[in-house]
Design a protein. Structure first.
Ligand code: ADP
Length: 376
């Protein structure tokens, strides 16, 4: 009748574009839209949050208002927030867990197409976490669905490197990971008060990791990165047991001492039956103002580790790239914005983007699937 009034179909279509920031799916699909009324130029909508005090209530409200205010004829948007009741939450959880109310680790299901990379290093401080967040952010920027499990239990640093201060939301036993730069991130650091140290023994770490992999809702991922603690400890073994089809990425510096320990971390694959997807050399050189290269930590560590692992594992293990020292990589980490997302000339960024592209191209062959093993 009045062509200037908002059409219901247009309002519905606009609401269909609003996604839950953690679940990354439309509110509508998740049963989070309650009443929608159109009264002249005013649209009123009630959004049901999964839990009271949902940390993302403001962004959900703003996104809903923004989407609706773009619809022709809408003059005013009123968003009311409510909270799901237990039956609605149960329905949501059932929907997220998929048919059959899946329990267990979704990445081990035969139908899973997620490539799982466990990022390992011989020792700390070689840039393993920096490499992990940059590869993850680069792949997410390419449109892949990416998650990170920060399993570096004693030295967790992924939340800071990704600029995450938010806690995960819990919907009963389901944990929704915060999303930063398009990447879903869960870290043991999100479950400890302040900067408390974690002094857990192997079995507790194993259970914590298992819980991360079962109870955290990652949804369908193309790639999952696990940032392992340095060395060949309990967590690395737990990862091999819990995610037998995960592949190792070994990060080393060019220094021969670092390469020796990195080789040990990679050679674990011989015992666990995991594959090694490749070696990444970090801190390879420092570019001097005159364009020269200063090889601060020596040279050749990455190619040495790749060659020795190829011999030990009887497989062609490539050196995926060599990343130079770059102040902006460290600054990006301190600021919570991975270097790959910035602009300007940076050889380190180019290398990281090249490695991310190479990993994104690797198919996840079903022949790589193995049954869980147990190591004693
Ligand atoms: P790890 O996870 O192996 O302990 P981090 O990723 O935490 O290592 O890196 C250790 C430190 O080195 C961090 O301060 C990080 O910003 C810095 N860093 C890592 N790689 C580089 C690089 N290529 N250039 C400059 N600084 C780097």
């Amino acid at each position: 009748m009045n062509r200037d009034l908002p059409a219901e179909a247009a309002v519905r279509a606009a609401l269909g574009t609003v996604i839950d920031p953690e679940l990354r799916r439309p509110l509508d699909e998740l049963g989070m839209l309650d009443a929608v009324t159109i009264d002249g130029g005013t649209v009123r909508v009630k959004v049901l949050l999964t839990i009271a005090g949902c940390p993302l209530r403001d962004s959900i409200t703003a996104d809903t208002e923004a989407a609706l205010s773009r619809v022709d004829g809408v003059e005013r948007v009123e968003v009311e927030l409510g909270v799901m009741d237990q039956a609605q939450r149960d329905a949501l959880k059932a929907q997220l867990k998929g048919a059959g109310g899946r329990r267990g680790i979704p990445f081990n299901e035969p139908s899973s197409l997620t490539r799982v990379y466990a990022v390992a290093s011989g020792k700390g401080g070689v840039g393993k976490s920096s490499v992990t967040v940059n590869l993850a952010a680069a792949m997410a920027a390419q449109g892949l669905r990416v998650g990170i499990v920060d399993a570096d239990v004693y030295g967790f640093s992924v939340p800071a490197l990704m600029g995450i201060t938010q806690q995960p939301t819990r919907v009963d036993e389901l944990i929704l990971p915060p999303v930063a730069h398009g990447v879903k991130v869960i870290s043991i650091g999100m479950f400890v008060e302040g900067n408390q140290p974690i002094s857990w023994r192997g079995p507790m770490l194993h259970r914590a990791l298992e819980q991360f992999l079962t109870d955290v809702y990652f949804g369908d991922l193309d790639v999952l990165f696990l940032d392992l603690p340095p060395g060949t400890g309990d967590i690395a073994i737990s990862v091999a047991q819990l995610l037998p089809s995960s592949e190792l990425l070994v990060v080393t510096t060019p220094q021969s001492a670092a390469a020796d320990v990195a080789e040990r971390a990679g050679a674990m694959a011989a015992q666990t039956g995991q594959r090694v997807a490749g070696v990444i050399e970090n801190m390879s050189w420092l570019e001097l103002p005159d364009g020269g290269k200063l090889e601060l930590f020596g040279a050749g560590g990455g190619s040495t580790v790749a060659a020795r692992l190829s011999a030990t594992l009887d497989a062609a293990i490539p050196l995926l790239g060599s990343i130079p020292l770059d102040v902006s990589l460290r600054e990006g980490g301190d600021a919570g914005t991975p270097l790959v997302l910035g602009r300007g000339d940076s050889r380190a960024r180019d290398e990281l983007l090249g490695i991310a592209a190479a990993l994104a191209r690797r198919p996840r062959g079903l022949e790589g699937l193995k049954l869980p093993v147990s190591i004693r």
